[in-house]
Write a protein that binds this ligand. Structure first.
Ligand SMILES: [Zn+2]
Ligand SMILES: [Zn+2]
Ligand SMILES: [Zn+2]
Length: 486
């Protein structure tokens, strides 16, 4: 570990700090998962080895639970599956994701001891479990999990006392990191990355964390796991400066962020942005009409109305009723735009959903209009190198491309590419996609400038082979909460 060291962060316990000067996009460390599992709900849809979403998967002939793309993926995963495979067979059913992960963690610990490599800055024993802070309902669930774990854990594996087992469950509960699919678009599982657990929270952090599954090749499958997280610098960092990431989405007002952090991670955020309530005013602001701001009372009323509409919209979206989503959003947006500022977070929420769903329903022109409003608002709120901003800008760029607005599209794709070079790095699959799109849109833009008619007929043809398969269905945008907690 040449870039970071562990230190005592005042008021926060252990933390990590930089040992040398770093710049935007520098990788502070890269770490493989100690253990990881697929969510129960996606166990039939995602390869248990490479975490790719697949239409057709091959089931493990022994346990009939694990599923893989092919023999290569199965072979690569065998080391971390083999004890689980036997345990599931004996147990006769599949335990939940927490229990599966706890068992994988303990098998790994038993095999390798606490410290897997000299790159690891902490042992699992030294990580916080926050069991003492758990509310009663969570404690009850924990007891049930431990009970089931003991039934599942094989007689011939090393036996552990209840304290050790509950510590592992506690660590998973507060430090389990959401693992996304290959393209970083959907949360598909949960894993433990010990070094990452040492990075403290700040609502306006100097680092970001990104999961990179790496490219798959014959050589790679020899390693235990290709799931790695990278801690990347968002800007200049001085030697001795504490390294932080944000555990929650910045598009919440400070009180809401503090509430989420307390509830999910058991601490009171005292970061500068929370203390000064930075940008809270923008996130709740009213529209200015002819130099006069809309009265407070009206803004408040519209805010409450928006919240109700967001709930209805979420429900329709969950049911996959996209035409209903559009109806609700349109109705709400029409009212919001007269009262709320273009940085009001509930308005941004509606614009984001509306543009995404309209693009899915192939109303590209209207989708592009809202996507642009969304990106303009995001740029006033987010850190210029925020990953969510990068992803949203990419989506807006693709929508403009689909709408035939090539100049705006190319500009947005270039902007998104610049952000993702910092937050995701040049080897991430999404960054590579963006690079290809940047070249394609640049070529089309040149064509457009030379001859608009030829360009439009070319575009018709190009649209037939969808620019990106990821746009096929609206998925939850990015991974909003870093660590997974119910
Ligand atoms: Zn696979
Ligand atoms: Zn199996
Ligand atoms: Zn904060």
């Amino acid at each position: 570990m040449e870039n970071v060291e562990v230190f005592d962060s005042p008021g926060k316990g252990r933390g990590l700090r930089a040992t040398k000067e770093l710049w935007a996009g520098d990788v502070l460390f890269s770490e493989p998962s100690f253990a990881a599992v697929i969510f129960d709900s996606l166990a039939d849809h995602v390869c248990h080895s490479c975490f790719r979403r697949q239409q057709k998967l091959q089931r493990c002939g022994q346990c009939k639970f694990a599923q893989y793309c092919d023999r290569t993926c199965q072979r690569a995963a065998w080391d971390e599956h083999k004890q689980e495979c036997a345990a599931i067979k004996t147990y006769g059913k599949v335990p939940n994701e927490n229990i599966r992960l706890a068992a994988r963690v303990l098998w790994r610990l038993d095999k390798l001891g606490g410290v897997v490599s000299d790159m690891q800055l902490t042992t699992l024993e030294d990580l916080e479990d926050h069991i003492a802070d758990m509310p009663e309902d969570d404690l009850k669930e924990l007891k049930v999990d431990i009970h089931n774990f003991l039934d599942y854990w094989p007689r011939n594996s090393k036996q552990h006392n209840t304290d050790t087992i509950s510590h592992v469950f506690g660590v998973i509960n507060c430090n389990g990191f959401t693992v996304s699919d290959q393209r970083g678009l959907q949360a598909v599982g949960v894993g433990i990355f010990p070094n990452l657990c040492l990075v403290n929270h700040d609502c306006w952090p100097n680092c970001t964390v990104i999961l990179n599954h790496g490219s798959q090749s014959a050589v790679n499958t020899m390693f235990h796991s290709q799931r790695r997280v990278e801690l990347r610098a968002l800007g200049k960092i001085s030697p001795g400066e504490e390294l932080t990431v944000s555990y929650v989405d910045y598009l919440n007002v400070s009180d809401e962020r503090k509430r989420l952090l307390k509830q999910q991670y058991f601490f009171d955020c005292t970061c500068e942005h929370c203390t000064n309530k930075t940008k809270d005013d923008l996130k709740m602001a009213g529209q200015v009409v002819d130099g006069v701001e809309v009265p407070n009372e009206q803004v408040k009323e519209m805010t409450e109305y928006s919240l109700k509409m967001i709930e209805m919209m979420e429900k329709a979206r969950f049911d996959g009723n996209y035409h209903e989503v559009v109806k609700i959003c349109r109705e709400c947006v029409e009212k919001q735009e007269k009262v709320l500022a273009d940085t009001h977070i509930y308005q941004l929420r509606m614009w984001s959903t509306l543009s995404e769903v309209l693009a899915y329903l192939q109303f590209f022109g209207e989708a592009a209009t809202y996507a642009r409003k969304m990106v303009d608002g995001y740029m006033k709120l987010y850190h210029p190198n925020n990953a969510q901003l990068g992803m949203a800008t990419m989506r807006a760029g693709v929508t403009h491309w689909q709408a035939g607005q090539i100049e705006v599209a190319h500009g947005m794709i270039c902007k998104a590419y610049a952000i993702l070079l910092v937050t995701h790095g040049p080897t991430h699959p999404i960054t590579k996609d963006l690079e290809a799109m940047r070249m394609q849109t640049e070529m089309e833009l040149r064509m457009f400038q030379q001859n608009e008619y030829v360009y439009h007929s070319m575009r018709e043809a190009a649209l037939k082979n969808q620019p990106m398969s990821m746009m096929a269905e609206p998925v939850e945008e990015g991974i909003k909460n870093l660590f997974r907690r119910k």
